[in-house]
Design a protein around this ligand. Structure first.
Ligand SMILES: *Cc1c(COP(=O)(O)O)cnc(C)c1O
Length: 430
């Protein structure tokens, strides 16, 4: 069934899309189906997907094995409550996640979306200090340009400007922010990059429950890449000052930056880890918060010791079943080599953008490529232009960026990089 003009009109009048204005709708494209790295749009156009549906569809769309995992599970049960009940897919997934992450990470909460996984991580940290009788440790410290989700708690630790804190300032808890590191590689490291962070921890550790940040790559807050040394310093300062470390790998997890998790590049381990997005290969909404035995023990030792969270659809069996197959597929594939190839090709093919007058910066890490322009694009023009060029790339603000499915072939990836260069060129003011 193709989407009719009438239906598209209904969509424009009644349905909010992410961050949109119903009074001033931006164009949306109907999608009929998706296969491998292709989306088939209602206008008949087949486009190469550069977004992996926001970092998630790492093996591409309509994957026979992922489809099968869902079919098999649906014969057993689609959903049961997780209160007082458990099931094979959740147990298997938790076991896989514990095996996949650092040895210290041992206790799993299966949430239903990334934002919820972040809320749970924040609560774990607050309950940890409460249990130790230190409830004054109730603030979070983070770096600017971060993104941790759209629920109020998660939002309170997003970048205050891009997260529009001013609009919600009467409601949002006030947390602590320091500039994000500007040091891209360890070779350029010096103490100044950690100075403000260190100062904040030294002066206010008594109020700080945890540091929360995205390791190595800051995603939606600006597609910024920073060096592992910053993370090592953060970890060591957190230990020194009795502050927990929450790493949000919802975007970076499952190989995207070249290692299974980005924190591995700094040889550190968080106290609390949030993962999501690619966990089900883009099939269903699922996320997880994983912590150490120590954090779980401390939370469990005070009062009735309950971790205060429990969404209706937590650990949904269909989502867990497809997540299990997704992780098996990833581990059975030569993913490290594949990400390296994608990275090398992105570096080679996006380099020419640097010369363009409209371009401020080009950044590549693993299977992530971003071209930052000097001024924001006009989405009304640029979005249809990308479709015309045969690709699905969704810019935001000044950023043209891609994080394609890992199965993308070199010639398909070239179509994406060519389209970015073309659009960047068209942004040059005459
Ligand atoms: C997408 C994202 C979230 C929020 O996940 P949702 O599933 O959209 O709620 C949180 N943190 C990071 C780093 C993300 O990229």
């Amino acid at each position: 069934m193709t989407i009719s003009q009438q239906q598209l009109q209904f969509d424009r009048n009644h349905i909010w899309h992410p961050y949109t204005n119903l009074n001033k709708p931006t164009p949306v494209f109907g999608v009929e189906s998706a296969q491998g790295v292709y989306l088939t749009l209602s206008n008949g156009k087949k486009v190469i997907d550069g977004m992996a549906s926001w970092w998630s569809a790492i093996h591409g769309y309509n994957h026979p094995e992922l489809n099968q995992a869902i079919h098999e599970q649906i014969q057993q049960m689609s959903h049961v409550m997780f209160g007082g009940l458990t099931h094979q897919p959740a147990i298997e997934l938790s076991r896989q996640l514990i095996d996949l992450t650092a040895p210290e990470l041992d206790c799993v909460f299966l949430a239903d979306s990334g934002s919820v996984a972040v809320e749970v991580g924040l609560k774990m940290a607050l309950q940890y200090w409460y249990s130790l009788g230190r409830q004054q440790k109730s603030k979070f410290l983070t770096i600017r340009n971060g993104y941790h989700g759209d629920t109020l708690g998660a939002m309170s630790v997003c970048d205050p400007e891009t997260g529009m804190h001013s609009m919600f300032s009467e409601t949002l808890p006030q947390h602590l922010f320091v500039p994000s590191p500007s040091c891209v590689s360890d070779e350029d490291w010096n103490e100044s990059h950690i100075a403000e962070f260190r100062q904040m921890l030294e002066s206010r550790a008594d109020e700080i429950a945890a540091v929360i940040l995205e390791p190595i790559v800051q995603g939606t807050g600006g597609m910024r890449i920073y060096c592992p040394e910053f993370l090592r310093q953060v970890k060591s300062l957190c230990e020194q000052h009795d502050v927990l470390l929450i790493l949000d790998e919802i975007a970076t997890g499952f190989g995207r930056t070249g290692t299974m998790f980005a924190y591995e590049q700094a040889q550190i381990c968080p106290d609390i880890l949030c993962i999501g997005k690619a966990i089900t290969g883009g099939y269903l909404s699922l996320a997880a918060t994983i912590t150490t035995r120590n954090v779980a023990d401390v939370i469990g030792s005070y009062g009735d010791g309950n971790l205060m969270h429990g969404p209706t659809f937590m650990a949904n069996p269909l989502a867990c079943a497809v997540a299990n197959r997704n992780i098996e597929l990833l581990l059975a594939s030569p993913w490290q080599q594949k990400i390296k190839q994608i990275e090398a090709q992105l570096i080679a093919e996006l380099a020419s953008c640097r010369q363009l007058e409209s371009v401020a910066d080009v950044r590549v890490k693993g299977a992530i490529g971003a071209v930052e322009l000097k001024s924001p694009v006009d989405m009304h023009k640029v979005q249809p232009r990308f479709v015309e060029l045969g690709v699905w790339i969704r810019p935001f603000g000044k950023l043209l960026y891609i994080m394609p499915p890992y199965i993308i072939e070199p010639d398909q990836l070239s179509c994406l990089t060519k389209a970015i260069e073309q659009v960047a060129r068209e942004q040059i003011k005459p």
